[in-house]
Design a protein around this ligand. Structure first.
Ligand code: ADP
Length: 161
């Protein structure tokens, strides 16, 4: 098999068990996975860039071939700068498809040598996303099943403040 570096871009506000499930699967397939936070100046995330990095680093500590990074600007340029051959995206449901399809085709147009690989999480995470986690956490709902313990602690701290 070829040794391929893959990047897994996203907002990760915060990282959930759905993201982690994708990362763990991807680790089996690629030489290195760079989980990279897309820093979007137009968005006001709950967790800062540094906090999100820390969360991902902590919850992927058991995985040897994971790196954590962040980027601004064009994803394809970032991928090129990392010598990545693959962009990983998660597909949960058909509702993800339109947006992901457009994104993948656009990126392919910009650099045909970089392939988007879609991965499905375990079905128990197929309805899960970070905004649901943030909303439930704000109401102090029980979300143990959705996020790693460390993320839960940090979310509780955020909403205690
Ligand atoms: P973005 O703003 O780029 O969608 P997210 O952090 O929400 O950032 O998601 C990053 C990637 O992870 C996307 O490809 C998204 O489809 C995928 N993803 C998010 N939640 C899950 C989940 N529960 N299971 C599988 N993939 C997911």
């Amino acid at each position: 098999m070829k040794k391929i570096i893959a990047i897994y871009p996203g907002t990760f506000d915060p990282v959930t068990n759905g993201h982690l499930d994708i990362i763990e699967r991807a680790c089996e397939l690629f030489e290195k996975i760079i989980v990279t936070i897309a820093v979007n100046p137009g968005k006001a995330p709950l967790f800062t860039e540094e906090e999100r990095k820390d969360l991902i680093l902590k919850v992927t500590g058991h995985l040897k071939n994971v790196e954590v990074d962040s980027f601004k600007g064009l994803l394809v340029k970032y991928a090129e700068s990392k010598n990545a051959g693959v962009i990983i995206r998660g597909l949960r449901a058909i509702s993800d498809f339109d947006y992901e399809f457009q994104l993948a085709l656009t990126n392919k147009k910009l650099n045909a040598g970089i392939n988007t690989v879609f991965m499905m999480p375990n079905e128990k995470y197929s309805y899960l996303n970070s905004s649901l986690v943030r909303e439930l956490a704000s109401y102090d709902a029980n979300i143990k099943e959705f996020i790693p313990e460390y993320v839960l602690e940090k979310l509780k701290e955020k909403f205690r403040k």
